[in-house]
Design a protein around this ligand. Structure first.
Ligand code: MSP
Length: 494
């Protein structure tokens, strides 16, 4: 059976990772964990994009050889992912041997198809976005995407005939409603495809750090042509087994790089006779306190460092990034709102529910889940909620999935206040309430696991669940010993 395959863009290594770059990786981590928890075999790919002109420039600036620089920087990405518990299955680097080999084979295939020809490129180039622009596309003589200066390129180049595939791509987008998500991005691409596509320059002669073009080694392959192929390298293309993973189920990325993923990438795949991915999902951009995040403004947020500063677990950041705005929209990162969400939602609602439940079981049932019967109303509510949750998760609607879970958390807190177990005398009803609470916090632990894995594990420990314990409602057995533990979310003082 084909495995579930999710990818992130591979990251340029000319700067340190931050909440923007981590955002795509965390989004992929969430769906990967969710699918694994639900019994799927999953392959989650991420990595670094190293053969770029801007990377070569950054290495020069730092006075280190490019090869050494990319080693150092890609390690920094790995560390940042580890600090945020990003559970990838492979971290690919475009300098990896198997990738270089796959790129060359892919190039050969497209070349033999007659889709690569030699020509001359004259036009503008933005090194920061590694993108070619026409005069008409520039905004006030600057890059229309990042606003930085562009430079004039005049060089011999090889072109990839992406224009040949324009009609087929439009048809594919129209016939496959889930191919580009969200809808606004699909419309953006269809509207762009109303004008004739230009062929893409796919080789460069003015810098060196790249894969040399077979048979014409003064050219190196253009970073995007090289980078996009990483998704196939990791799947094992062109070996027969690549179809165990390919086509990818979800290819995630920020909205600024969808033209490459929704036009160039499909054209490359069509040329090579490879199936197109199922869904390309573009998320929005984070600003910080209302401003574009940038080193020069000094407002770059490094997630693990930020959590350390506030003495809260990294799960708070994982939660915040997906609760603050719908996945797909733009949003603003604000310290005040982060603190508010940690205090009001994580500490007061979720943390409080778990600690109250554990304390109650500890105090009134001798630290053991009593032999009770689960509250029918709450159990039914949970079943309804679960349906919504699964449908939201499968659509990557993380925002509503979290809303759904937190509505349930709120309901269970209300159940405790309504039942007032501390006023119940020993026996039947008290045991039913405590038993219900154990089931509820176990269920919540499963639901939050993709977003907050460490918190989920801590709840499991406090609930006395063993490793590999099946994560389902009604699974906490009677007489299981619970274990009072640490406070899940310390409040942040302002
Ligand atoms: N190397 C290319 C991708 C090649 S994939 C074949 C690239 N790299 S990147 O490092 O510039 O960006 C990687 C991801 O980080 C993108 O999905 C991008 O949208 C995301 N983000 C970087 N800054 C961001 C924000 N401020 N907000 C949200 N995401 C942003 O593009």
């Amino acid at each position: 059976m084909k495995n579930f395959y999710v990818t992130t863009p591979i990251y340029y290594v000319n700067g340190d990772p931050h909440i923007g770059t981590l955002y795509t990786a965390l989004a992929a981590d969430i769906i990967a964990r969710y699918k694994k928890l639900n019994g799927k075999k999953v392959f989650f790919l991420t990595g670094t994009d190293e053969h770029a002109e801007k990377v070569e420039e950054a290495a020069k600036k730092s006075g280190v050889k490019t090869e050494k620089y990319v080693d150092l920087m890609s390690k920094r990405f790995k560390e940042a992912f580890k600090s945020m518990n990003v559970s990838y299955d492979r971290f690919i680097r475009t300098t990896d041997n198997d990738h270089v080999k796959t790129v060359l084979e892919f190039y050969k295939k497209v070349y033999n198809k007659g889709d690569i020809y030699k020509g001359f490129y004259e036009g503008w180039y933005c090194v920061s976005c590694e993108t070619f622009w026409t005069e008409k596309e520039l905004k006030d003589c600057k890059c229309p995407d990042c606003g930085k200066s562009v430079k004039m390129l005049k060089e011999e180049t090889y072109f990839f005939k992406q224009s040949k595939y324009q009609k087929e791509i439009i048809k594919h987008i129209r016939d496959n409603p889930d191919f580009i998500k969200p809808k606004a991005r699909k419309n953006e691409i269809l509207s762009f495809l109303k004008q004739p596509l230009r062929d893409l320059s796919i080789t460069r002669t003015t810098f060196k750090f790249g894969i040399p073009v077979p048979g014409d080694e003064k050219h190196v392959l253009y970073v995007w042509f090289d980078a996009l192929i990483n998704y196939l390298t990791a799947a094992g293309y062109p070996g027969k087994k690549y179809t165990n993973l390919w086509p990818a189920n979800f290819q995630l990325m920020g909205k600024e790089i969808i033209r490459f993923h929704c036009i160039t990438w499909p054209a490359m795949l069509l040329s090579a006779g490879v199936e197109l991915p199922e869904t390309i999902f573009a998320h929005g951009w984070w600003t910080v306190e209302g401003k574009k995040m940038s080193k020069s403004v000094g407002n770059v947020v490094h997630p693990a460092e930020f959590c350390r500063k506030h003495k809260v677990p990294v799960d708070t950041m994982r939660y915040f990034l997906f609760r603050q705005m719908p996945f797909g929209s733009d949003g603003d990162f604000s310290e005040a709102q982060f603190i508010e969400r940690v205090n009001n939602e994580l500490a007061s609602e979720l943390g409080n529910l778990v600690s109250r439940s554990i304390v109650l079981i500890d105090k009134y049932s001798n630290s053991e889940v009593p032999a009770g019967i689960a509250d029918v109303k709450l159990k039914n509510k949970y079943a309804q909620m679960l349906k919504n949750y699964h449908s939201e998760m499968n659509k990557l609607d993380y925002y509503n999935a979290l809303n759904t879970v937190f509505k349930f958390v709120h309901l269970v807190n209300k159940y405790i206040s309504d039942k007032e177990p501390w006023k119940l005398s020993d026996g039947g009803e008290l045991h039913n309430v405590l038993f219900t609470l154990a089931q509820c916090i176990n269920a919540v632990s499963c639901l939050i696991y993709p977003f907050m894995p460490e918190t989920s594990e801590e709840i499991d420990t406090q609930l006395g669940k063993g490793k590999g314990y099946n994560k389902n409602f009604d699974n906490i057995k009677r007489n299981v010993k619970i274990k009072k533990g640490k406070i899940l979310f310390p409040r942040i003082s302002r």
